[in-house]
Unconditional design. Structure first.
Length: 176
């Protein structure tokens, strides 16, 4: 079954919760928004995160953010966050897109496929240049970003800032 990118749904099953738990609270600057202590809390979190995509109930100063989940068949393998615009804080760390692949599925090409698809979503909402940030020592993420057209614009305090021109043709994803 081919890879599929889906926007976070109001009714997700325990497989997505299991992925969130496997990822943990976050690493390398990525904050796992889906990570909660207990499945009932996870279920209550889903509508809140869905509302964020429409700008409803956002914490002060945060832009709308859409979550996309990458599935290989029925198994969620990772997810990405698409922030609809940048704030001053996101220009320093976070950028337009954050993404994470569950540890048991890393080094299989899922990160590149996920980022390519989220970049398409970004272009679809009118973002012409996407900012992505990562730790200098996160070589896997750096390779994924560069494979998707990222150009290193700045390296400061061991933190990389990449820009991807969405007006240029992007590498094709593996989804189909």
């Amino acid at each position: 079954m081919p890879l599929q990118l889906r926007e976070l749904e109001l009714q997700e099953d325990r497989d997505l919760y299991a992925m969130a738990r496997e990822i943990g609270p976050g690493e390398n600057g990525f904050v796992n928004t889906l990570y909660t202590s207990g499945y009932p809390r996870f279920v209550r979190l889903l509508p809140v995160l869905r509302d964020y995509a429409s700008g409803i109930g956002l914490p002060p100063g945060q832009p709308p953010q859409t979550l996309y989940v990458l599935y290989d068949g029925q198994r969620p393998v990772g997810y990405g966050k698409l922030r609809h615009r940048l704030t001053n804080s996101l220009r320093v760390t976070g950028g337009h897109i954050g993404y994470c692949i569950r540890p048991s599925e890393r080094r299989k090409g899922y990160g590149s496929a996920l980022l390519a698809e989220v970049l398409e979503q970004a272009a679809g909402i009118g973002i012409t240049r996407a900012l992505l940030t990562c730790n200098e020592d996160n070589l896997g993420s750096r390779r994924v970003i560069e494979k998707n057209g990222g150009r290193l614009a700045e390296l400061e305090n061991r933190y990389c800032r990449y820009w991807i021109d969405l007006a240029a043709e992007q590498p094709s994803s593996r989804l189909g």
